[in-house]
Every structure is written in C-alpha cells, then in structure tokens.
Design a protein around this ligand. Structure first.
Ligand code: SF4
Length: 470
C-alpha cells in the first residue's frame, strides 16, 4: 500500500489522504445534516403534525432555546453549478409578496410558541438573502423582533453574495443583530468564473469583506468549490492564497457534484472541462496543506476553522453538532424554518415546507402552515442519530455513554453496524482505546463511510442518490 500523505493538522489532528483507501471506500453516501435523511421524510406529516409537535415541545421541552431559519430563494443570475432550489429573476418586485408571506408564516408559528422561550440563533440562507433591499430586511427583522423573544446573546448569520450586496443591506442586517457573514467565492480564476456563469472580481469581494469589518460583524466565513471546470491545482492555489489573505474565521471547501440528470442547468457545464477525480484529490490535498500552514484546523466534511473559532472549540470540547446549516454550536435548540423548501427540526422531528412559491402562498392564504413533509423520530432513530452525530462531529464514540443514556448494551445492540469496524480498524480508519472508538486522521476523510453502517434507512428507498463520500 502507498504510504499515506500526512498533512500535519491543528488541534483536531492531521488530515491524511490515502489514495488507495479513498479508491476503496469511494461510494455515494449522505452528508448527515439530518438522520433519518430528507428522502425518508413522509408526506403523511403535514401542518397538523407540525402544530402538535410545537405543542409537545412547549409542554415537554420548554427549556430548549429557539433557532430560526429564513429561506430567501431569489437570485439575480443562475450559477451553472448551483445545487439549490432557487428563483432566478431580475424582477426585484417579485420579492415583495414573499416578504409579506414570510411575516405571515412567522405569525402563525410565533403565536403557538410558549412565552419565555428565547431565540438564541438565527440564520438567513438562500438563494441570496442580500437580494432583499435594506427596507425589506428591516421589515422582516422588526417583525421577527416583535413576535419572538430575542436573547441578548443571539448569534445571527447571513449568507451573502458579494455581487449583489450593498453596504446599506449589510448595515440593515447588522442593526438587527447579524454578526456573522458567510459569502460564496468559489474560485477567483476568470476562466473558471466564466465557465460557471459567476463573474465575481476579487476587488468586489474585498470591498464586501471590508464593509463587514467596518460595520462590526464579528466573523466572516467563505465558501469555495473544487471540481469546477478548468480548475487545476496550480490555478486554484491562487484562489486559496487570496482567501488566506482575506483571513476568514471559517472556510468551507465544497466538492462540486456534477449531476445534470438531477439539476438540468448543469448541462451548461461541459463535462470535458471538469478536472479528473485524481486532479480533484490533488486540489483538496493542496487546500488542506495551505489552510493548515495558515493556522486553520480541519473540522471535517470540507470545513476548516481557526483554532479560536467557536466550532473548533466546540469540536475540542465534544459539543459540536450538525444540522441543515452544517456544523453548529447550538445543539439543544428547536429549529423553526420559514420560507419555501426550508427544513426545521425539533428534538424528535423534522419538517419541510413546500418547494413552489405558488404552493407556499396558497397554504398561507388558506390559513395553513406550508409544511409538506416530515418525520417523527422513533427511540431507535434518536439513538442512531446520536451515534452518527457524535461520529461526524467529534470523531469518536464512547459506548459506555450510550449505555448509560439509552439503557442498551452497545455491542449487542449494534452488532450488525459494528461488523465493518474490524475492516475499518485493519485499514487504519479507526483505532480502539479500551472500548472507545477513535477515528484516525486517515478516517476523517472517510467519516461518512464510518457513519453509514449505523444508518438503518440506507438502501431502503429505491432511486435514492447521494453525492460520493470523497
Ligand atoms: S448565488 Fe448561490 S443560490 Fe444563487 S444561483 Fe448562485 S449558487 Fe445558486
């Protein structure tokens, strides 16, 4: 076997890229932003079940804080790699009714929530939240403040697009407590930008970062994508160096999934222009090297953070959590989600809104919450979600903790799931210290594969497709 390439890591340990192991384990697998994953949500779960779940949460879990998610689906132009559910329009007036319906949805949920429960986290995603004008931002947020109790220490984050962001929009968000901004960069190379229909000059990105700092945002995060047309390690290193100069707190480096049979507009990207899987691995190796040298820690699942960032600290302390927004430090919150396609979560349930704007408006006009599907988790689901989450976030499992918490014999209960672990151990993906299972540096790149044996739903839904695990 080829000796592994060892990339020295930060506090979270080194990143090891072993090509033979990657070739052996490369297969489609979930990213586990939920368990069970979204394809297993049921259409039997609708508005009535959602309301019943809010009532149950008020009764049984009123000490849980609230997290709010707002989905703003509009974008000015379509990036051809986009995997999101977006409404592409330059007719800005289209957002006006949407703002109104969002506020009405807020009313329907907020009136049901027990007094005293506080919002400690809030996130705007999309689409492009900064597509909204400053006045529309103020309109939504003053409404949210009037309907919910907001904690003084609320952490509020927004995804922004430097191409479509003005200083006054950022200022309006900051007025209402937004303190964390996350922006898409993807790649600064002009040829790559042209090939994906996203022209975003570096000076524009710098300008928006400067605005964030001037306005007092406490952290700026950036997203990159590798695997885009014309990318090579030599060319992408320039983007990586520029990002390091930008000095963000967190960096996400997403692996582009070319799935034109699912996302029709991706046919606009020519397959022959895409880097080979081997080149992509080289690019990721370079990314890991450079970000480590610049002082970032590898968190897992394509994410890097500075050692003093909250997610890096939470990972070291074993309190990191994963939800639909990725890694989060807010594990114990009920997540209420507003807008089309938005997914929310309570301790034992997930629920998702309708995908079409017309259906969204129709439901709210009929006085009905626009929930389309969801799931109530069984006790077994809760246990398995806990196992998968701890693996994905903390890279280790302590069977005794699960035995104390769930009253099970871990080895017997998970006899089937643990079978592949002998091979994981032989391949150096995990080590055992007593009964504790620890994911090694080589295993971190393959964390989805290590979590998958605990997923009872995997393979039970015909036609279900996931991105590849590396
Ligand atoms: S800005 Fe983001 S959400 Fe909008 S089209 Fe581009 S990638 Fe998709």
């Amino acid at each position: 076997m080829t000796p592994p390439v060892i990339l020295p890591g930060g506090g979270s340990g080194p990143v090891v890229i072993n090509r033979e192991l990657i070739a052996k384990y490369d297969q489609p697998g979930p990213r586990y932003t939920s368990y069970p994953t979204a394809p297993h949500f049921s259409e039997d779960f609708g508005a009535d079940q959602y309301l019943a779940e809010i009532d149950r949460s008020n009764r049984e879990e009123a000490d849980r804080d609230l997290s709010l998610y707002f989905h703003i689906p509009f974008c000015d132009t379509l990036c051809w790699y986009c995997g999101c559910n977006v409404v592409v329009t330059q007719k800005r007036e289209k957002a006006l009714p949407y703002v109104d319906y969002l506020k009405r949805e807020v009313d329907m949920v907020a009136e049901r929530i027990a007094k005293g429960r506080k919002v400690t986290q809030l996130h705007w995603g999309g689409g492009t939240p900064t597509y909204l004008e400053a006045e529309q931002i103020r309109d939504i947020m003053s409404h949210v403040h009037s309907r919910f109790e907001i904690s003084d220490s609320m952490e509020a984050s927004v995804e922004l697009d430097p191409r479509d962001c003005t200083r006054d929009r950022l200022a309006a968000l900051h007025e209402f407590g937004f303190n964390r901004a996350s922006m898409g960069i993807q790649d600064f190379d002009p040829e790559v930008q042209k090939a994906v229909n996203r022209i975003q000059p570096e000076d524009l990105t710098w300008k928006v970062i400067d605005w964030c700092h001037e306005l007092g945002y406490k952290s700026v995060n950036v997203d990159l994508i590798y695997g885009l047309p014309f990318q090579t390690t030599e060319r992408f290193v320039r983007t990586v160096e520029e990002v390091i100069r930008m000095n963000p707190e967190r960096i996400a480096t997403f692996n582009y999934a070319h799935v034109p049979w699912l996302k029709k507009h991706q046919v606009l990207i020519r397959e022959e222009d895409l880097p080979t899987p081997e080149e992509k691995l080289h690019i990721f190796e370079m990314i890991s090297h450079r970000f480590h040298e610049a002082g970032y820690e590898f968190i897992g699942m394509d994410h890097f953070a500075k050692p003093d960032d909250e997610i890096a600290i939470a990972q070291r302390e074993g309190t990191l959590y994963r939800n639909f927004q990725g890694y989060t430090t807010h594990a114990g919150c009920d997540l209420y989600a507003f807008g089309i396609t938005a997914i929310g979560q309570m301790r034992r349930s997930y629920f998702q809104n309708v995908k079409k704007i017309s259906d969204y408006y129709a439901a709210i006009d009929a006085g009905r919450l626009p929930v389309e599907r969801g799931i109530i988790l069984s006790e077994e689901d809760l246990l398995r979600r806990d196992v998968i989450t701890r693996l994905m976030c903390n890279f280790e499992l302590h069977p005794a903790d699960f035995e104390a918490e769930y009253g099970i014999d871990f080895d017997r209960h998970f006899e089937k799931a643990l079978k592949p672990f002998a091979e994981f151990e032989a391949d150096g993906l995990i080590v055992r210290e007593g009964r504790t299972i620890k994911v090694t540096a080589a295993g971190r790149m393959l964390i989805r594969n290590i979590a998958m044996p605990f997923d009872e739903y995997l393979g039970t839904k015909p036609g279900q497709r996931f991105s590849r695990t590396v």
